[in-house]
Design a protein around this ligand. Sequence first.
Ligand SMILES: [Zn+2]
Length: 356
Amino acid sequence: MDYRPDMDAHLAAKKRQYAKRKKRGKIILIVLLCITIAAVWALIGVIAVRLAGSVDRPVQTTVSAPILTAEPVATGETTTAPIIETKAPDMQTVLIEKEQVSKGSLILVSSLLGRAYDFEQESNLVTLYGNKSGSYRISSTALKLDAEALDAINTMFDAYYAETGNRDYQVTQASRTFEEQKSIYDSYLKTYGAEQGALLAAQPGYSEHHSGYAIDMNVYTSAGISHSLATAGEVDPIYAWIYENAAKFGFVQRYPEGKTSVTGITNEPWHFRYVGRGHAAYMVENDLVLEEYIALLYKYPYDGEHLTFSYDGVSYEVFFVPFTKDAEAVEIDLRADANYTLSGNNWDGVIVTVSK
Ligand SMILES: [Zn+2]
């Protein structure tokens, strides 16, 4: 009788052991199943992320594009909309060669700053005789100017003639060679002495007339009387026209009263310089001579904020592209449809003008 309870206890223990093992087996199975499911999900997740990754990139571009293009002045991209729509900005790369530094209608030639004209560069000089309009006179058939400047003079005096019926402005000096400037300089030194003579005439190599963008003018009436522009306005107020209108055609009075300390040249009411339409208007509006304008443009580099202004329905965006001493060329990116001009500062870089 002792046997039964022992046997029962033994059987019960066995049963419990069996049940425990069965239970443990079940747990292991469930854990394994869970691990398998997790692994499969993880795999699916990785594949999904990989697939989504290739779709994500353009999505990110469209999100970031407005942020980038929201600064048109800093990036040089003037219109943002087409860039966002197409995703691939329609740009052009402009290669600017080093020789451009000493070429163009904004070059600064100055004795005071030691900026000589570079005679090695290719010039674009044409004679006024045979190419000028009939709205003004010339004092010599030998006068030559840069073709773009001559075009602007023709337009300017055609406007003057249309307004006043007069054709009495006369161009007396235009482009000069080194030798021509040397002979003028020497004669000034002889007449006025070394100190005064040097203030009145630029040293050979440092005259703005070398550039082909400068002219001297007087008035030569139909009665055969000539007046200096210094006094012509007193003779007839009509001759103040040139000071009020030259900037509209891209010209500035280059050596005005009160700027001798900046230019190194005393007041010359007869000497005008072609710099281009927008630039001339900006300089007159802000009372800047070329030395001051060129200095201002250093503050608007290609990779920074650009100078923007409007004149006569045209928007201008102007910036400076510096050239290091060793740089043979510099590449810049502009919108493919940008209408632009280049001019060196005749020292250490090129000014880019985008207009529309
Ligand atoms: Zn002059």
